[in-house]
Design a protein around this ligand. Structure first.
Ligand code: 8YV
Length: 315
């Protein structure tokens, strides 16, 4: 029997590429010099799309594949997949939840600690000889015992909160409603109020049209000159222009960001700021987690083509 043809939207590590190539007839969209030409040539044969969280699949791509049955996302976030276009044609969509939750939460905590204690500047202080020449490194801000807010108490937000407890922090959260599994945390319905009550605000919301710019000027200014915004979700959850203005003018103290509008090209205004920690969208980027994500991506595709129940369906 011939292998199902799939369109691969972005690269995977070799340990995922090989089994994918064994199981499917893979067309590498990301390697094609003329992407429209590739779609015109292979589109009608494509039965599956293997993509990445940040790349997704838009309506034009989905429409170029009239026999598409399934889109498997390597990532928990599926906001870049046009779900409406999928619904219209009963195309199945899967993602890779759970396997990445702990690593994403870990990086969020690491970003808070790194930024609050000025670890990047401290490293340079040692390497560039400032320690020997100028003496003591400037004092930074404490983390333990302070107030943390978690915006979006899903799987990742909950793991962030769990870790924050270890720092004896006062922890509150916002979500569409209070969560029965979070009785030890304070529920604050309004994100602006949550920010007002926080020194560190973690953005851990699944992105959608409804959450776009939920962190806008009001939330950012409520967090204030003594506050830090940490984003390990999607850039679209934050009004980036409002964030840049607040960081530039000191109306927000600090930010620690793993995601950016238009990434991997980010707004150059970020590069001029020394109160922002910049990370290259790698919160799930450990060997262990990425191996589990690759396996789940393939398990979903394999289950679909074998007519079995999908392990982690979105649609
Ligand atoms: C990945 C992500 O970095 O899970 C997500 O939604 O954005 C990340 O885990 C990405 O999907 C890998 O390409």
């Amino acid at each position: 029997m011939s292998k199902p043809a799939i369109l691969q939207i972005g690269p995977y590590p070799q340990w995922d590429q090989e089994p994918l190539d064994d199981a499917f007839q893979v067309h590498r969209y990301f390697e094609a010099a003329d992407k429209a030409k590739l779609l015109a040539e292979v589109g009608p044969s494509i039965r599956g799309i293997a993509t990445r969280g940040e790349l997704g699949a838009d309506r034009a791509m989905i429409e170029a594949c009239p026999n598409l049955e399934v889109i498997s996302v390597y990532g928990v976030g599926f906001d870049a997949v046009d779900l409406q276009a999928c619904r219209e044609r009963a195309i199945r969509v899967t993602n890779t939840p759970d396997v990445l939750t702990n690593d994403v939460a870990d990086l969020g905590i690491a970003m808070m600690l790194c930024q609050s204690r000025g670890m990047i500047g401290a490293e340079s202080w040692v390497r560039d000889g400032s320690w020997a020449e100028k003496g003591l490194y400037p004092l930074k801000r404490r983390v333990w015992g302070r107030r943390a807010g978690v915006l979006g108490l899903g799987r990742i937000g909950f793991e962030v909160a769990k870790r924050l407890k270890g720092f004896d922090m006062q922890i509150a959260y916002s979500d569409v409603d209070a969560k029965p599994y979070a009785s030890e945390l304070t529920f604050v319905a309004d994100p602006v109020e949550l920010a007002r009550q926080s020194d560190f605000l973690f953005v851990t919301l699944a992105a959608s049209a409804a959450t776009r710019h939920i962190v806008g000027r009001e939330v950012i200014e409520a967090l204030g000159p003594d506050g830090m915004l940490i984003n390990i979700s999607r850039a679209s959850n934050i009004d980036e222009d409002a964030l840049l203005q607040a960081l530039e003018t000191g109306r927000l103290g600090w930010a620690a960001l793993d995601v950016f509008e238009g990434e991997p090209k980010l707004n150059p205004r970020f590069l001029a700021l020394d109160n922002v920690l910049l990370q290259p969208h790698h919160a799930s980027g450990t060997v262990e987690t990425r191996k589990a994500m690759g396996q789940l991506l393939r398990d979903n595709l394999a289950a679909h083509f074998a007519g079995q129940t999908l392990p982690t369906p979105v649609l």
